[in-house]
Each structure stands twice: as C-alpha cells, then as structure tokens.
Design a protein around this ligand. Structure first.
Ligand code: FE
Length: 234
C-alpha cells in the first residue's frame, strides 16, 4: 500500500493520499486547495489514478481542494450525508464502506466538532493495524473545538468515547490537524493520555470545551462558504 501523510503549514492540516500501489487507484482525505500542485505532481509521479476525494467535514480554517481535484482528475467527491455542501457528488452514511481498488474505508458518523463530521476507518487487512482518520473530532492529545458549525461538546464526547475509543487499542489515529508536531497516535494512547478525555466525565469534558475561549479561525468567513462550494467560486 502507498500511504502519504502531507502537511499544509499555513493551516497545520494533514492530508492523506492512499493507493494500493504504484500505477493503481487512489483516494485522498482532507486535501487543501493551496497544495493542489503538490498533490497533482505526486499523483503523476506515482502513476496513480485518483478516484475519490473525501472531506471529513466542512473545514473553517482552510479551503478544500475537492472541487479542483474533481476538475483536474475526474475523481468523485465524497462527504458524509449531513453536509450542506451540495457540490459533493457522493454522500456516505454510518457504516458505509468506500472501496477503492481493495482499500477499504468504513464511514463512521462522529459529530461534535461539527454536526456533519465523519471519521473513516481504514482496514489494515491483517497486515498492519487499522487506521482511523478522525478529521477534527479527535486530535492527538486534544480534540477539535465545539463552539461553532453545529459543534456540541456532549456529541464530541460521545463520538470519541463511545465510538472511536471502542476501536482496537492498536488502531492508528491520524487527525486532520496537529499544532505540536505529532504525526500519529493510537486509540490506546489517546484513551489513556488525552488530557481532555482520560478519566473525564461528559460534564467535565463539556466544561473544558466551554472554557477554551478560542478566537475564530482567521479564514472562517472565507473558508466555510467556499467549502460549501467544494472550494470553488459559486
Ligand atoms: Fe475543522
């Protein structure tokens, strides 16, 4: 399997490009518009054919490359069924499997950071541990804010504790962002050491999230409307 974790410095976003092998079909998760040339070069160099471009949720801090990738490669754009982005051509629901050339991603509805966020569980096929792409609902030793776009700390807690934390201990955790330099974690580590969640009740977690007092993302007024149009002018 080809697995590439790409980083956008401006928004601290991770993007994941996954293919069965060179010359085969690929999918990409949470691509950033400003990095489009990087993705197209890499796709070209690896000789892979992009068939799915997936966003975990409507991002507020960067503009998505979904629309540009669709135009450049003919790939199908994918989001969860509750997104308001009408430009997306395929909507997945809880438990639905996305199969790209033997790469199997299971869709998990994980609201809380936004009310339409999905995570995606990559089947390691017994060769490697499974990997979960958590978008912003679960970050490494943190979690995505819950104060706008239909965010809700109780839903976030429920998605993380009652859904993501029930995955196998060894499951690798790949978030959509990191601000401290972490690239990957595991479910075991996050259940044990995530300071917002380990040993915390839903009420305690909600209290922490309510008191974060974060400024709005710099790009929010631009990114959200743009992303509802797949990152392209309406
Ligand atoms: Fe987000």
């Amino acid at each position: 399997m080809l697995f590439r974790q790409l980083f956008d410095h401006e928004s601290s976003t991770y993007t994941y490009l996954i293919a069965s092998g060179r010359g085969r079909e690929a999918l990409i998760i949470d691509p950033v518009k400003g990095q489009l040339p990087v993705y197209l070069d890499l796709i070209n160099q690896l000789g892979i054919r992009l068939v799915r471009a997936i966003d975990t949720h409507t991002h507020a801090d960067h503009v998505t490359a979904l629309g540009d990738l669709r135009d450049e490669t003919g790939c199908v754009t994918v989001m969860g069924e509750y997104t308001r982005a009408e430009c997306v051509s395929s909507h997945v629901s809880e438990g639905e499997i996305i199969d790209v050339d033997g790469i199997r991603l299971k869709s998990l509805y994980t609201p809380g950071h936004t009310n339409e966020s999905f995570s995606f569980l990559l089947d390691g096929r017994g060769e490697t541990p499974d990997s979960v792409f958590t978008g912003d609902v679960l970050l490494i030793r943190g979690s995505g804010r819950t104060d706008f776009q239909g965010g809700d700390p109780y839903k976030s807690y429920d998605s993380i504790v009652n859904k993501l934390f029930t995955l196998d201990d060894e499951t690798l955790v790949y978030p959509a962002h990191d601000y401290k330099g972490f690239t990957v974690s595991t479910i075991w580590e996050e259940r044990r050491y995530n300071p917002r969640l380990a040993g915390k009740s839903a009420e305690e977690y909600a209290e922490i999230m309510r008191n974060l007092d974060l400024p709005d993302p710099k790009l929010m007024d631009v990114a959200v409307p743009a992303n509802l149009a797949c990152g392209q002018p309406a």
